[in-house]
Design a protein. Structure first.
Length: 205
């Protein structure tokens, strides 16, 4: 896994995380997995309500479970060009991932979409009525807000507004945002190197 990129996606239900994950996986030969599915299994095994279990994981001091998940899953992804993680939901999780894999470039992108667009997607995906889809999306929004997950976009590397009806447009938008962020990150690294050199020359004088 050394030096391979780890791309993390977050966002509300129906925003298009899974769609984008599928497109990126196919286009760039990336491995992918959903954190939520593994956490649901663990919560079920521990016989703890899923919401309560997630709350414990949001505590900065409680990272052992996330560490175990990351290590076991990411080490198994050696044949791909990189890894997609769907469901990074807190700064603590992101920091733990960076601590475990310091040699890997790690990115976090938030996928967002208007409420009505998400309702439409959830309705189609789950074969729900309009009212059922609206209730589902509202409940998921409420749960994320209670857990503080609605603030993830504050520290992510980029935001993709998915109001597209065409998957190709969604992929192109992600690539544009990703390229912009890469240029910004490389520029920052270059500036930091230049500052270090300037300080070094000043010391030897």
């Amino acid at each position: 896994m050394n030096n391979k990129p780890i791309i993390c996606l977050t966002g509300f239900s129906g925003a298009g995380k899974s769609t984008l994950s599928r497109l990126l996986r196919k286009r760039y030969n990336l491995s992918s997995f959903k954190i939520g599915r593994y956490l649901e299994l663990i919560a079920k095994q521990k016989q703890i309500p899923f919401k309560e279990y997630i709350q414990t994981l949001q505590q900065k001091s409680n990272t052992s479970t996330m560490s175990e998940i990351y290590i076991n899953l990411l080490k198994a992804q050696s044949k791909s060009n990189g890894v997609l993680i769907e469901g990074i939901n807190s700064r603590a999780e992101l920091n733990e991932l960076k601590r475990l894999f310091p040699k890997n470039p790690i990115f976090l992108f938030s996928i967002e979409a208007p409420f009505n667009t998400r309702v439409k997607r959830v309705k189609t995906r789950g074969d729900l009525s309009q009212s059922e889809a609206e209730k589902y999306v509202q409940e998921r929004e409420k749960n994320r807000a209670q857990l503080g997950l609605d603030r993830v976009s504050e520290f992510c590397d980029g935001v993709i507004i998915n109001s597209f009806s065409n998957e190709r447009e969604l992929l192109q938008e992600f690539e544009k945002v990703f390229e912009t962020h890469l240029k910004r990150r490389l520029l920052t690294q270059l500036k930091n190197k230049l500052k270090s050199k300037i300080k070094f020359h000043k010391r030897i004088r």
